[in-house]
Every structure is written in structure tokens, then in C-alpha cells.
Design a protein around this ligand. Structure first.
Ligand code: URA
Length: 188
């Protein structure tokens, strides 16, 4: 997919039938936020609430993401939030490789257009497709990985924290690291 402007990309995505996930969707969850964001958060894919509202991270996991951001002084309006797949996998299962591969060109274009300095991979699926297919989130979370001048930071997915609340302290440390890097890159 050649580089497009965001409006064309959005229109194309709204009509997308490139993988079977389009069959069960109520909404395409394209992503949203500040188009000049220095930080992009990437999750796995829409859940039930996101599929109904057409917006990323608006359910329980989203509320926890908002809280983690607020604790380090980040506002939703200053970041961009997207997902690996834009349509809800049935029953919130993990997207298949075929579904992720079909959808990734949208995310790659979003990254190219918005040009964030930091990409936070929320959970194993975002880490897999953005950083390393074979890595384990428990081993690489909190690392800052520089690639072509962009800093990639994997951390736990908020839904994983809701399932296992002992993950929250490490995630808080990761969010502090993210925001320190953010301020440093902005020369603050
Ligand atoms: N989980 C995700 O990975 N993305 C969302 O948008 C919501 C929940």
C-alpha cells in the first residue's frame, strides 16, 4: 500500500474487506488522537465496546490505559491510539497472522503519516508485529528499542493487567520511562 493521506487511508479502511474479520464487525476502529502526536499507543484489536463505539480503548482496558497515562501526566488528546487489527476478532480472540498481515498496511501508513517518536506496544500482539515475532512480552517489556530513529517500547496490555493485577507496578515503571523519554525528546 503506497503512502496515502490519512483521510484517504481512513476511507479505504472503512470499506475494508481484506480479511474475514470484516464479516462480523459493527464498526471499523481506525484509531484516533493527535495527528501530531509524539507517542503512539498500539493495542491488539477492538473489543466489544470499541466495536460498538468505533473508537479504540473505550472499554475497561481503555479506562485503565487512561488511568496509567494520567498517573504520568499524559492526556489522551496528546497521543494517538491505534490497534494491530481494526476489526474485532470474534470473542476477542487473538488475531491470526493472516488477519494481522492483511491489516498492518493501515497501521504502517498511520505511523508514516503521524510520525511518532515513540511507539508503545501494548501487549504481546502489538510487540509481535511491531518489534519481534519471537520475543516474549514478559522478557522485553520496559526495554527501549531504537529503530530508524523511532523508539519502540513494549509493555503489558491493560487487559492483561485486569486479569493479573500484579503486573500493574511494572507497567507503572514502564509508563514513567515512556514519559521521561517523551520529555527528553521534546527537550523539556
Ligand atoms: N484492547 C485492544 O487491544 N484494543 C482496543 O482498542 C481495546 C481493547
Amino acid at each position: 500500500m503506497a503512502l496515502k493521506n490519512l483521510r484517504d487511508l481512513y476511507s479505504e479502511c472503512m470499506e475494508c474487506t481484506k480479511c474475514p474479520l470484516h464479516e462480523g464487525r459493527n464498526s471499523v476502529v481506525f484509531g484516533e488522537g493527535n495527528l501530531r502526536a509524539d507517542i503512539m499507543f498500539v493495542g491488539e484489536g477492538p473489543g466489544k465496546d470499541e466495536d460498538l463505539q468505533g473508537r479504540p480503548f473505550v472499554g475497561r482496558a481503555g479506562q485503565l490505559l487512561d488511568k496509567l497515562m494520567a498517573e504520568v501526566g499524559l492526556k489522551r488528546e496528546e497521543v494517538y491510539i491505534a490497534n494491530i487489527v481494526k476489526c474485532r476478532p470474534p470473542g476477542n480472540r487473538v488475531p491470526t497472522d493472516e488477519e494481522a498481515e492483511a491489516c498492518l498496511p493501515y497501521l504502517r501508513n498511520q505511523v508514516a503519516i503521524i510520525a511518532p517518536k515513540i511507539i508503545v506496544c501494548l501487549g504481546a500482539t502489538a510487540m509481535k508485529y511491531i518489534i519481534d515475532r519471537k520475543a516474549k512480552i514478559t522478557q522485553i517489556r520496559g526495554n527501549i528499542i531504537e529503530r530508524k530513529g523511532v523508539y519502540l517500547i513494549p509493555t503489558f496490555h491493560p487487559a492483561a493487567i485486569l486479569r493479573d493485577t500484579s503486573k500493574i507496578e511494572l507497567t507503572r515503571q514502564d509508563f514513567k520511562k515512556i514519559v521521561e523519554l517523551y520529555h527528553r525528546l521534546r527537550g523539556e
